[in-house]
Design a protein around this ligand. Structure first.
Ligand SMILES: Nc1ncnc2c1ncn2[C@@H]1O[C@H](COP(=O)(O)OP(=O)(O)OP(=O)(O)O)[C@@H](O)[C@H]1O
Ligand SMILES: Nc1ncnc2c1ncn2[C@@H]1O[C@H](COP(=O)(O)OP(=O)(O)OP(=O)(O)O)[C@@H](O)[C@H]1O
Ligand SMILES: [Mg+2]
Ligand SMILES: [Mg+2]
Lengths: 228, 228
């Protein structure tokens, strides 16, 4: 469902480019629950951005559902993201002037879903992450962990089949993290959503069916686990 | 060194205000290493903002080194913060157009420290958090954990005697977190800096001399530990 071939991503900086990812090969199958670990700066966010089609590799090819991203126009990439991918950003990226409900509804209006249905689905997604009473708050009226959960609800509302999450439990206490992982774990089992999570929490690692470890832009470990 | 008497903080919202903190009493002694825990939305960031003099209580009094904050002008509060307090924000709050070095230098230039000395001290602070090679990067050229560490270096560079940290290890892997906690632990022991950390990481909790637990804006637990 996701395939990377010889993918590199470097950033030009001064006289020597920074190589964030170095000739990566990777295949993710439908329904896998993959956790991505690695020290700060190892390339996790960069990898997620490439798979989420919000960044382009410097070399190599990225395929989502067999479609080669480099042959798509920006408009086609945008449609592909809207149709298949839910992205939870490390910095949340909520829109400050919209309420929590409007933030979560936004991807649905991009899909031209009718307003009434969009509102219902957004309300349900916020309820699933424990924020039913917060739907009319703006981001600056929310705690860090509440903002993180709005970002999560927004990624779920379009019922994507690939969810990319960049440290989704970083700002959550262990109780709230556990509830979130139960919710995502059940989505994975019931609807076969494919997950790729970057995380520093061992707690999330324990739910994974596969663990990838990055170091200096290389995959140094790829372990499949039997804890289903 | 920090004292709160009957402190409440509520936010007006619709017809019923949100009470984020409810008549809190709290005293922090010099050199304490206090960890603040509690579920998402329990009031940790709100409490840190009040102690850091970047927010005002709705009722009650906050004292820093015996000075009542409500009798100070904004200019005087700003000077007090610059002199005594280092703040590590949950959302980092780095200045996008400045490099890492310039971001860390900034509090020193507010203190009118000479440019040459400010540069040296900022470089040393960034080296202490493992970012010696990143001093000329801008925030958008850094990973999440690297940005977090720039925010930490900035809080340390003025050698404050109170450090307030809002989830400083949220975006750090366990190795980098451990290095950071060793650095801060040694500052606490050698120079008697008083720490108040909001965190969800049990790893940080294990270094505390005192644990405060918040729930719905109340302190429900205040435990002094013997692990020195
Ligand atoms: N401007 C505001 N208007 C209304 N409510 C607010 C505002 N700012 C914060 N709150 C509410 O106050 C409560 C405490 O928020 P606070 O940010 O202190 O929580 P926290 O313990 O830091 O949570 P987290 O662990 O998620 O960061 C939350 O329920 C939050 O929704
Ligand atoms: N625009 C850029 N210019 C230069 N270097 C960059 C840029 N963006 C990222 N980098 C570098 O690429 C490397 C990988 O960054 P990335 O954000 O993927 O790390 P990460 O594994 O997500 O780290 P963290 O756990 O701290 O979030 C880092 O060393 C970072 O400094
Ligand atoms: Mg990252
Ligand atoms: Mg907070």
């Amino acid at each position: 469902v996701v395939k990377l071939q010889g993918v590199s991503r470097s950033f030009p900086l001064g006289n020597k480019p920074i190589i964030a990812l170095d000739k990566l090969d990777l295949t993710l199958e439908k329904g896998e629950f993959v956790v991505l670990k690695g020290v700060s700066g190892s390339g996790k966010s960069t990898l997620l951005n490439l798979i989420g089609a919000i960044d382009d590799p410097s070399e190599g090819e990225v395929f989502i559902h067999g479609q080669r991203l480099s042959s798509l126009s920006d408009k086609q990439k945008s449609q592909l993201r809207s149709q298949y991918i839910g992205f939870i950003f490390q910095a949340f990226n909520l829109i400050p002037v919209l309420t929590a409900l409007e933030n979560v509804q936004y991807p649905l209006s991009l899909q031209k879903v009718a307003n009434g249905e969009a509102k219902d689905r957004a309300t349900e997604a916020l309820t699933q992450v424990g924020l039913a009473d917060f739907i009319n708050r703006r981001p600056n009226q929310l705690s860090g962990g509440q903002m993180q959960r709005v970002a999560i609800a927004r990624a779920l509302v379009t019922k994507p089949d690939i969810i990319l999450a960049d440290e989704p439990t970083a700002n959550l206490d262990s109780e709230t993290s556990k509830q979130l992982m139960d919710l995502l774990g059940s989505l994975n089992r019931k609807t076969g959503v494919t997950f790729l999570f970057a995380t520093h929490h061992d707690f999330v690692l324990s739910r994974a069916s596969r663990i990838l470890e990055l170091k200096d832009g290389h995959i140094i470990k790829d372990e499949r686990l039997k804890n289903l």
